[in-house]
Structures are given as C-alpha cells and as structure tokens.
Write a new protein. Structure first.
Length: 301
C-alpha cells in the first residue's frame, strides 16, 4: 500500500467523522452541490458515512444559469440514481426581481451574484449547516476557514473571530439566526480528490477529461466559445483545441487548460506534475488580491 493510498484513507475517515458530527449536532443540514468533482466527492463520502441508509439531508444547487451543460446534466443524473432530494435556486430569479444587478462587459460573471441567492435559500429552508467542498489549497482565503465555520445572522464570515478546533473537537453550538458552513474535505488537496475519485472509481462529468472544444484566448487563458453566455470580442479568434477543465464554476469566468488527459489515470498524473493552482483558471479570483475573502465575508460559499 503506497503512501498516497494511506493518506487518502485517513482523509476519508476524517471526512466521514465530520459528516456524522454534522448530523449529530445540527437540526437541518444541506449539502451544497454543483456537479463538480469536489461536491461529487462529498456525496460519495456522505454515502459511506450513513450506509446502508440514504443520505439524510438534501442537496442544494445555487444555479447561476451559466453553468456548463455537462455538469447540470450530471447533477440531475446522480440525484436520480441516489434517490435524494435536490433543491435548486436560481440566480436568474433575483436578477428578474431586481434584487441583484447582472454585470456586463468582457469580464462579466454571475459568481458574485450567487451569494444573495444562497442566503435567501438558507433563510427559506431554515438550514443551520451548509456542507461545502472548499479545500485549503484552493485559495488563500479558504485556508483561513475552520471545518465548522460560523456565519452570523446576516450570513457574514468574520475570519478574525473563529473557534479553535483542537484535537478535532468540532463545536456546533450556534445562536439563533446563525448558521455554519462545514468543510469535510478542508484538509484535502486537489491531488487527494483526484486520487480518491480514481480509487473509488467515481463517475464524473466528461468536461473534466480532455476533449475537442471551440475556444478562444484572452489574457493568456483559454475560454469556451461554444456557449452563448461567454463574452467574446470580435477580434478574439475561435479555434478548436484539445482541452479540459480543472474546475467547473460559472462558464463565463472559468478557463480551460490544454490537455491530453482522457482518463482518470492521466488526470492524476497531470495534476501531480502541475505547478499552477486550479483556481488559476478562475478569472473572478483575479479581480483583486482579496477577491475571494471579500466574497466570503459577504456570505459566499
């Protein structure tokens, strides 16, 4: 048994413990599910944590309306197979009712607009724990989070006022109006996630594997040109390239990478050799040095 397998097994045990603590300590948890690799991994971990019973909480997707079609189709497929409840709340509804204003221009994205829709959904259903797939290696603001991360009654996060988590002691006590974001794979890396997917033979959306796609280059990054929601200047030439996506957020702000990794084994090898974070393909993280941290303070995932 190699060191990687031992490490992933230990991470799996920790995540299962966290899931069980969530159900033991909170009244109404929900798993935030996007159809991406991290949330798919969370679903498998939840299955293991409560087997042979079904997952004892719903999945919820905050749909920007600009998600990659491959991930939305996969989302619906996995929910049907598992027989779990799926809650979908749409950013478009808040745009239509004037609660948020859609961005325009070449760097427009709906990622920022998810926060209001998420906070509305938490209040609508009375969720006290929202389970997410954030990892500490993704982005430096993520590294400041606790596993049980308390949000105030406005959904806001105070990174300077967090509870200690000594010896894996998870404190789920919250005041009226507060809720907790829970990160069971907080201690995992991108390579850990892919190694787990490989070990467990987990099905994932085809968009994660190398495929031919119509793309264009902007700011040194590769953007999908096949989707009507992606802004493109007239001089930005469309070329078919062999690409894959390392992360699958809003497609208007998520770039692809050149790749020939057509299966899990090759993806793992590619990630092992990579020197660039997967968040390097997310243009919304590049708006400022503290872009993610500001979004999290306002109630983002």
């Amino acid at each position: 048994m190699n060191q990687r397998i031992i490490q992933v097994a230990a991470l799996e045990s920790e995540a299962i413990y966290i899931f069980r603590e969530v159900v033991a300590q909170f009244e109404k948890p929900v798993l935030l599910f996007s159809g991406g690799k991290d949330s798919i991994t969370l679903v498998r971990l939840a299955q293991k944590a409560f087997f042979p019973a079904k997952i004892p909480f719903p999945l919820m997707h905050i749909d920007t309306g600009h998600n990659f079609p491959e991930t939305v189709a996969f989302r619906d497929k996995i929910v049907k197979e598992l027989g779990v409840e799926l809650i979908v709340r749409n950013v478009q509804d808040n745009i239509d009712n004037g609660r948020v204003k859609e961005e325009s221009g070449r760097y427009a994205s709906r990622n920022m607009l998810q926060t209001e829709t998420l906070l509305d959904a938490i209040e609508e259903f009375g969720f006290d724990a929202c389970i997410g797939g954030a990892r500490r290696d993704e982005e430096k603001a993520r590294a400041k989070e606790r596993i049980f991360s308390v949000r105030d009654d406005f959904g806001q996060w105070d990174e300077k006022n967090q509870r200690p988590e000594v010896f894996d002691m998870l404190n789920g006590r919250i005041d009226l109006g507060q809720n907790v974001r829970v990160f069971p794979i907080s201690n995992w890396t991108e390579l850990d996630v892919w190694s787990y997917i490989q070990k467990e033979k987990i099905e994932i959306p085809s968009i994660y594997f190398a495929h031919k796609r119509k793309t264009f280059i902007r700011d040194g990054m590769i953007w999908s040109a096949a989707d009507a929601v992606v802004y493109r200047d007239e001089e930005e030439t469309v070329v078919e390239r062999m690409v894959r996506f390392r992360t699958v957020g809003d497609m208007s702000c998520t770039a692809a990478v050149l790749s020939d990794a057509v299966d899990i084994k090759k993806v793992v090898e590619e990630i092992r050799d990579s020197s660039i974070s997967e968040r390097g393909a997310r243009i919304d993280d590049k708006r400022s040095e503290a872009a993610m941290e500001k979004r999290k303070q306002q109630g983002y995932f």
